[in-house]
Ligand binder design. Structure first.
Ligand code: JJW
Length: 438
């Protein structure tokens, strides 16, 4: 496989999923601490209290990345470590953790890429209404601005939000994620305030004239019609509007999709003049998290439904469909580009087991290999794909599934905190060794 010399290869994680140490150094409560303690919300009642204990083992984890040979590490900053109540005075001890982490990465020659919001909203802000409230976007701007000033260009890539569709819909629309609210219309208020938070953070970033890059990460999934019928094609277009265009259009065109009247009516009350100018401010790149696709058909009543997976699935039940990565990025490039693209997450969960100190995970290796092959094809087709981050460095807290879904290329024994590089991690290591890199 051929990749440009400066193509960035990385691994990705997120604060609540790996850090643990939830009561240390003045960290405040997040919505995921509260949600995971609510009976019935997370499989087996798992919480992020200890997770991978990365807060204490970060040096070991950076050493593993050095051994793998990655160029870049995508992590996230926990807002409640910086502002335990969401706003006010910086908690220096919390910030110091990220300063230590960044220093360790730079010392080992690994570029830090930081996400500012990967779902761990301070509970104190949720108590005031969370993302349903416009003020939360303002508090996010203050937090983001402080991080840009404190860490600045030591972080090479800044990502404002991770997967706002998940924060808005799973958090406020169907209640599967924290804070566990379920009201379809108001989830679009949350989505709007998240997009506004991104726009305000972008404004704060531009004021500082930093040399690093700033962008946003969306979880996008191509929606294929089940047949050529007009009904199924319209169904796929609707699903695409909900999953993809509702975020891409405001960011890159400055308005919501006009073919979605119910959505437009629901969001109208929270839109204020000037919002779209902020939301559509120029980003340096778009991050895309790609895992799978959907095939959808009309339900015969103006709505749509997804077909069962059409091929092999991962432990998440998600179809393995590498071609979808290609189709998706070509489409994003054509409809919204030109804009540099990064795959900020791609990877697969499988039920791994340790056998004599080894973890044999040929399916994960195949998954990665097939998706890397699509990345080569994209570059050959002229799509400005600049990097690829494997989700995840470590097995970790997979949200509503707790520790029962292992996405790592490094196995974590959650009893002993022992790390074992899986066969897929060894494969990634030899793949990286074989590349000509500048
Ligand atoms: C959808 C649940 C029905 C994470 C979903 C649940 C049921 C409509 C992986 N990406 O751990 C999507 N991940 O933190 C970010 N991506 O629906 C990083 N998407 O709703 C990874 C979960 C997800 C999901 C999980």
């Amino acid at each position: 496989m051929n990749f440009p010399k400066d193509f960035k290869w990385g691994t990705a994680t997120a604060s609540y999923q790996i850090e643990g140490a939830v009561h240390e150094d003045g960290r405040g409560e997040s919505i995921w601490d509260r949600f995971s303690r609510t009976p019935g919300k997370v499989l087996n009642g798992h919480t992020g209290d200890v997770a991978c204990n990365h807060y204490h083992l970060y040096k070991e984890d950076v050493a593993i990345m050095k051994e793998l040979g990655v160029d870049s590490y995508r992590f996230s900053i926990a807002w409640p470590r910086i502002y335990p109540n969401g706003t006010g005075q910086i908690n220096r001890k919390g910030l110091d953790f990220y300063k230590r982490l960044v220093e360790e990465l730079l010392e080992k020659g690994i570029e830090p890429a930081a996400t500012l919001y990967h779902w761990d909203l301070p509970q104190a802000l949720e108590d005031k209404g969370g993302w349903l409230k416009r003020d939360t976007a303002r508090y996010f701007q203050d937090y983001a601005g402080a991080m840009f000033r404190e860490l600045g260009d030591t972080v090479k890539q800044w990502i404002t939000l991770n997967e706002p569709w998940c924060s808005a819909f799973l958090g406020y629309g169907n209640g599967v994620h924290a804070p566990g609210k379920s009201d379809f219309n108001s989830h679009l208020h949350a989505a709007h305030h998240l997009l506004l938070a991104h726009g305000l953070a972008l404004q704060a970033y531009r004021e500082l004239n930093l040399k690093s890059e700033v962008g946003i990460t969306l979880n996008l999934a191509p929606q294929y019609p089940a047949s050529d019928s007009a009904q199924d094609q319209a169904a796929a277009r609707k699903a695409d509007g909900f999953q993809n265009r509702w975020y891409l259009d405001p960011l890159f065109r400055g308005f919501y999709p006009q073919d979605m009247p119910e959505f437009l009516a629901a969001v109208a009350p929270v839109i204020q003049p000037g919002d779209f100018d902020l939301i559509s401010g120029a980003v340096d790149f778009l991050g895309i998290n790609y895992y799978s696709r959907s095939v959808v058909r009309s339900d015969g009543q103006g709505g749509y439904e997804a077909l069962p997976p059409q091929g092999p699935v991962t432990h998440m039940g998600w179809e393995v469909y590498p071609q979808g990565l290609y189709d998706l990025l070509v489409r994003v490039h054509e409809d919204y580009g030109p804009i540099p693209l990064y795959i900020t997450e791609n990877g697969a969960a499988y039920p791994d087991q340790v056998e004599q100190g080894r973890v044999h995970d040929p399916e994960r290796t195949a998954y990665l290999q097939q998706h890397f092959a699509q990345a080569t094809k994209l570059i050959e087709a002229g799509v400005p794909l600049k990097g690829f981050y494997v989700w995840s460095l470590l097995d970790n807290f997979e949200w509503a599934f707790g520790y029962e879904r292992r996405f790592g290329i490094v196995y974590v024994d959650f009893e002993t905190q022992e790390r074992i590089i899986k066969d897929s991690g060894r494969w990634y290591q030899s793949f990286l060794k074989g590349l000509a890199r500048g």
